[in-house]
Design a protein around this ligand. Structure first.
Ligand code: COI
Length: 361
């Protein structure tokens, strides 16, 4: 695949930028977007930046009917020195292609997508918020657009990238959330689409979340889809526990999403000298560790929330209060280190951040 030239059409009007200390997650969008089309004859073609606008699609477009779509999420930050920084964007594009593979969507050229992403951010860089806990969330996604009602891979697609200045994903921010262990619904099964970032996984999660929220919980803890026994994810995040001085996280098993924050957390913890074990962990085993006073911390990891400490876990009739419902030392250290690296305030010894170079338009 060869890198393609991206054309740019700038908006003639500018939207009003939001107050950055009152930002919610994902409700406001910037002035421009990236768009690129796919057809069988031309492959991926015509990459361009255009003013942010609605897209017109045929009601028979396949994405509306069979959900053949994938997405990614990553963030841009503005450093104190005024540099625009991206956190591990190549990993997101690599995972986009893995999701494409699972959903029978044609592979994208990583260099063209990275260039499109950087160009878009450079154009809309004034939208990057700088208040504590804020960032510019980047949402690349692909939808199937062929007007056809047969169940088959679409022959036409659109890839778009939109940008949203965001605050914390959870209203609790870095404060601990209450989680209910889900024993009825499942998110994914091995052989299904759990490892792909595809819309259907998130649609499938809504019912459990709705029930949990009505009972006063922020999210659910997902168990495996076969035995309802092994811990998989928390909400839309990967999960970690500190048990008896070891850090344990569910091993990637074909139904768990390979989180980029998960991967970064494992690297950091090992660099700090912790023993990190990726293994199958059952909810009974976790409860036994809690009863023995060995469950010291629990937290979720994901791009949107970065680190989300778990203060309470409800499983059947058991109510587990973790670390007195307070943010744990490791969760705090991870949050500060990862966001510090993302903002360029902490030395990035892994070369994770990429600077968006100034481009001439
Ligand atoms: C994340 O944690 O980054 C997610 O994937 C959540 C996103 C769907 C908003």
């Amino acid at each position: 695949m060869t890198k393609q030239t991206i054309s740019v059409q700038l908006s003639t009007t500018k939207k009003q930028k939001p107050q950055t200390d009152q930002l919610e997650f994902g409700r406001i969008f910037t002035d421009h977007m990236f768009i690129m089309d796919y057809s069988v004859e031309r492959g991926w073609h015509d990459p361009k930046i255009v003013p942010y606008q609605p897209i017109e699609m045929d009601p028979a477009a396949m994405v509306y009917h069979y959900g053949q779509s994938v997405f990614e999420g990553l963030k841009a930050y503005l450093s104190k020195e005024g540099k625009v920084l991206l956190f591990r964007p190549k990993k997101n594009i690599e995972r986009l292609n893995q999701s494409n593979n699972r959903l029978c969507i044609p592979q994208v050229d990583p260099d063209t997508v990275l260039e499109g992403l950087k160009t878009l951010i450079q154009i809309d860089k004034e939208w990057i918020p700088t208040a504590e806990g804020t960032s510019l969330y980047i949402r690349p996604f692909i939808i199937s657009t062929e007007p056809f009602l047969g169940v088959a891979p679409s022959k036409m697609y659109k890839l778009l990238i939109i940008l949203s200045p965001v605050g914390s994903y959870y209203k609790e921010g870095i404060h601990p959330v209450k989680i209910a262990v889900e024993s009825e619904f499942v998110r994914a099964v091995a052989g299904g689409t759990g490892t792909a970032k595809t819309a259907g996984n998130y649609a499938a999660s809504l019912k459990a979340q709705e029930v949990a929220e009505s009972l006063g919980f922020s999210q659910v803890l997902w168990l495996d889809g076969v035995e309802r026994k092994y811990i998989e994810e928390v909400g839309s995040m990967n999960i970690f526990f500190k048990i008896n001085d070891e850090i344990v996280t569910p091993a990637l098993n074909g139904s768990i999403l390979e989180g980029i924050t998960r991967n970064s957390v494992i690297y950091l913890l090992r660099q700090w000298g912790y023993s990190v074990i990726e293994k199958k962990i059952s909810i009974e085993e976790l409860f036994a560790a809690y009863e023995a006073g060995q469950l010291e911390e629990a937290f979720g990891t994901g791009t949107a929330a970065v680190i989300s400490p778990i203060g309470e876990l409800m499983w059947k009739e058991h109510h587990l209060v973790i670390n007195n419902g307070q943010t744990g030392k490791i969760a705090k250290q991870l949050y500060e280190t990862i966001t510090g690296i993302q903002k360029g305030a902490i030395q990035d010894s892994f070369d994770w951040t990429i600077e968006v170079d100034s481009i001439r338009l």
